[in-house]
Design a protein around this ligand. Sequence first.
Ligand SMILES: [Zn+2]
Length: 256
Amino acid sequence: MLLTYIAVFILGSLWGSFSNVCIYRLPESENIVSSRSKCRKCSQKINWYDNIPFISYIILRGKCRNCNFKISFQYFLVELLVAIGFLISFYFFSFTITTLIFFVLTVFFVIIFFIDLKHFIIPNELTFPLMAIGFFKSFDPNLNQYLFPNYINSLIGGISGYLIIWFIIFLYKKIRNKEGMGLGDAKLLSAIGFLFGWISIPFILFFSSFIALSSAIPSLIKKSRTMSSKIPFGPYLILGCVIYLIMFKQIIIFLN
Ligand SMILES: [Zn+2]
């Protein structure tokens, strides 16, 4: 059993390594698959043995072998997050389609989280496939019907997720004449609605707004940021969704 967990962890860290590539290349429309990774300073091609998740980062002490340029800790963090996500999914659902869905979700969520945080965008290349997965998985009758509701519930979730954020953007423009959130956020909440059904939407909106507001309050008090500053809302939606999944059992009991 321990060997299986080690294998899952390695699989997760390899996908984490791929997630790093996507985080850096997707916003710049670079090719994800073909070209080999380069140092971001000296452009030296990175050898396979310097590209092993965790191990290379530790051995190289977070520096480029050629020019000593500091490699961002983010590489390590992303690999770790995806590996942990894989472990948790496997722990709860072992060899099932549900685990596979959560593997995919982990990779997409981590990539979206870091891209939106840095660039204030959520690429369609990420949200559209998530919507499709969210909708088509509803036709698998063996999935947990509470966690992954039927296709009607999924469809309503997808549409309402998009419309709610679209409406917030619309109101915000009318009132403040500014853009607060982007349509990328609307597509992300739509994908989440497709995945977990419309029931999940109010909870996830509540959780993510709560985290967003409470993390904005300190900088509002210090006046370093005004209420109209643009915030990347994608990471908060993802955190809200994670909290929803953690509290899922309690929420179902509460609703019944
Ligand atoms: Zn270098």
